[in-house]
Ligand binder design. Structure first.
Ligand code: B12
Ligand code: SF4
Length: 450
């Protein structure tokens, strides 16, 4: 059978401005689920292609000979996924199967647009669904017990742009922050064998990838294991030009780990500092202290590990001044990048449940559930003040003057990234102001006039 996987992207994410911004943020990379499922189906003799809309438009008219379309959903691209599904249903006679993060938490909604919807990790059911042995409209896939049973993502199936290989060495996370979807979607926390991780890295080296990301939600959750992976990467010369990973502030407490991460070139880390207000950290069940944050902020630069500070804007305990304070802290420690994320109540999370029960969701227009738009009523500020604060945080951090004050610490790559981010942020902020004041049918206009 001819099978096509599609990862959609919303209208905003397909715009030139967003594509320019993401180019400057990091290297193009892919969601691995469709590449893993595609690999399983290819091994069973099917003809599989995988497309993503994030970096490149898809020419749908060339896909009319497809038998089955498999569509991956995240909450902010759910509307686009449904639009594509509905259009393909009319234009082709192919079956439509929807799965992924968003569909896993609101399967009934997705089912309106699909022949079948799969919730959870689909490795154990995808072949039976495609070959017609499972015919239920809603299929709940049990989680994969042994991660080594899944094939590696097959990047040869990917027809759209990708310069960096994504590797998941674990699924889930031992923590359970109240806003986090992934610790609930991939549950319980599981680890692959180090042997299979190393073997996968060898494949990407052979395929010529210069960049590799560990996309585990918390790569250093098991510190001894992370150290062993680094040791093996060093010993077997599996070093990439830049390797990004997600960690927690606790990595700063382990000097041996920091040295190994640095030597294995895991040189860019995103850490959820979230807030510098202990009350707020406790409210989101972060299990992290302000002292942990300070230790992390002071330590990482000594090991040549570039820190991307992630903050959550709009936690109930935080005022506008608290948010500004956190942004100032990121500037003070010379963070490599800042990722301010507006608190987003994703379906399936306790925060979603709480805000729903308190009648604080503005609406469920999924397109805006992207961590860049306010979708709820915050406690200590108006929705529009929070929206403006998101832009102010970016404008302050990605200031033109920071280019001059920091250029000696980082390299040309950093200068280019920061310059592009500064331009994109300024263009976006201006557009936001214009929209909030003049374009009535927009989300931000409605926020301002709530
Ligand atoms: C890599 C990644 C990216 C990359 C690549 C994105 C791309 N090319 O489109 C980058 C960094 C660019 C990115 C961007 C964004 N991302 Co992202 N990303 C991820 C990340 C870290 C890993 C994805 C992955 O490989 N997962 C591992 C594999 C094994 O799981 P999987 O892909 O989900 O696949 C399994 C199941 O979902 C299912 N399945 C998957 N596809 C299908 C299809 C069918 C038909 C079926 C039946 C089943 C099925 O089976 C698979 C195997 O078990 C996830 C976090 C995570 N742990 O998943 C966030 C995540 C998906 N991203 C998220 C978000 C919000 C975004 C952005 C909106 C961020 C932003 N503000 O711009 C953008 C949107 C991009 C877009 N396409 O629209 C959220 C989504 C939250 C939600 N509830 O929807 C996540 C969960 C992170 C988070 N904050 O919690 N992302
Ligand atoms: S530490 Fe990160 S991945 Fe783990 S539950 Fe919290 S937000 Fe999710």
């Amino acid at each position: 059978m001819r099978i096509v996987f599609i990862t959609p992207a919303s209208d905003f994410r397909r715009s030139h401005l967003y594509r320019l911004g993401s180019m400057s943020y990091g290297h193009s990379n892919a969601i691995t689920g469709p590449l893993i499922l595609g690999s399983l189906l290819k091994s069973a003799g099917h003809d599989v292609s995988v497309y993503e809309e994030l970096y490149q438009d898809i020419n749908f008219s060339k896909l009319t000979e497809t038998d089955v379309f498999c569509i991956y959903t995240m909450t902010p691209n759910a509307d686009r996924a449904y639009f594509i599904a509905d259009k393909l249903r009319v234009d082709t006679h192919a079956r439509i199967i929807i799965g992924g993060m968003h569909a896993s938490f609101v399967p009934e909604e997705a089912a309106i647009h699909a022949d079948q919807v799969v919730t959870g990790e689909a490795e154990t059911v995808i072949l039976d669904i495609i070959e017609g042995r499972i015919t239920d409209q809603l299929v709940h896939a049990p989680h994969l017990k042994n991660l080594d049973d899944a094939p590696y993502p097959d990047y040869t199936l990917l027809k759209t742009q990708c310069t960096c290989a994504n590797v998941m060495t674990t699924r889930g996370c031992p923590f359970s922050c109240s806003f986090c979807t992934t610790s609930r979607m991939y549950h319980p926390y599981r680890r692959r064998s180090i042997e299979s991780v190393i073997d996968e890295l060898k494949v990407y080296k052979k395929q010529g990838f210069h960049y590799m990301n560990f996309e585990d939600d918390n790569f250093t959750a098991d510190k001894e294991r992370a150290k062993e992976i680094c040791r093996r990467m060093i010993a077997e010369k599996l070093i990439f030009k830049e390797t990004f990973f997600f960690g927690r502030t606790d990595i700063a407490q382990d000097e041996e780990l920091l040295k190994l991460l640095s030597s294995a070139h895991l040189n860019r880390v995103l850490i959820g500092m979230e807030s510098i207000n202990q009350e707020s950290l406790d409210m989101i069940d972060k299990r992290q202290s302000v002292a942990d944050i300070h230790q992390c902020g002071e330590t990482l630069s000594h090991y040549n590990i570039r820190l991307i500070v992630s903050l959550i804007l709009g936690i109930d305990g935080d005022s506008l001044a608290d948010i500004q304070h956190a942004v100032d802290y990121a500037i003070k420690i010379n963070a490599y990048q800042l990722q301010p994320a507006i608190l987003t109540p994703y379906p399936g999370t306790p925060i979603y449940q709480q805000l729903k029960e308190e009648n604080r969701l503005i609406n469920c227009d999924w397109e805006y559930f992207d961590m860049m738009n306010v979708t709820f009523f915050p406690k200590k500020m108006t929705p529009y003040a929070l929206q403006k604060q998101f832009y102010l945080a970016n404008l302050k951090f990605y200031s033109i003057s920071s280019l001059f004050s920091n250029y000696k610490r980082f390299d040309l790559n950093w200068v280019m990234r920061r310059l592009a981010m500064s331009i994109v942020i300024r263009a976006c902020a201006l557009f936001m102001l214009f929209t909030a004041n003049f374009l009535r049918n927009t989300h931000v206009y409605r926020l301002k006039h709530l």
